[in-house]
Design a protein around this ligand. Sequence first.
Ligand SMILES: O=C(O)c1ccccc1NCC(=O)[C@H](O)[C@H](O)COP(=O)(O)O
Length: 201
Amino acid sequence: MIVKICGLTDASQVHAATRLGADLIGFVFAKSKRQVTAEDVKTWIPHIVGDAKAVGVFVNQSIDEINKIVQKTGLDYVQLHGQETVADCRNCLVPVIKAVSVSTEADLDKIDAYLEVCEYVLIDGATPGSGQPFDWRLLERINHGKDRLILAGGLNPDNVNHAIEKTGVGGVDVSSGVETEGKKDEDKIHAFIQSAKEGSR
Ligand SMILES: O=C(O)c1ccccc1NCC(=O)[C@H](O)[C@H](O)COP(=O)(O)O
């Protein structure tokens, strides 16, 4: 089970999340209350413990600009959270996680084309980073490639185990669900990772 902790905003969170076992950590470069700069991320990446990988989250930014940020910071992956095309994904310098917002069954039809060129597809609700879940039952229709799907949207330490069991995805992602009063909370990160890894056994 791949666990991604998203929306980190300082070096101590990078150290804590990766020490606690996160496989992927996310930095939001798009407009957000969690927005960070390339200068900051470059200084935080050396605080990663073990083999965890750094993911930059972007929304409809030019691929040239994204590639420059990758070179400047040392990001391992980019997560494209807007209307980026399959061709955009192909032009990135590092492996891509393509986010797809799912509100109806029709949204699932986009997944296969992205899986052909991306390392993972992250399935999210309508408003990224809002802590709002979508109807996971929509994923029941998917019958292949689930090991490369990362589920996001409203997950927390209490529901992640059930979400994994219900959907059969290969990864989970969380931001709001491991925060207290808008700040990442080490105890919640620990509980989330334990529950996710436990749920996949
Ligand atoms: O987190 C944000 O503020 C954000 C803003 C714009 C685009 C993407 C963003 N987050 C991407 C993520 O991968 C989140 O972890 C994912 O949407 C789940 O968030 P949450 O429901 O808060 O766990």
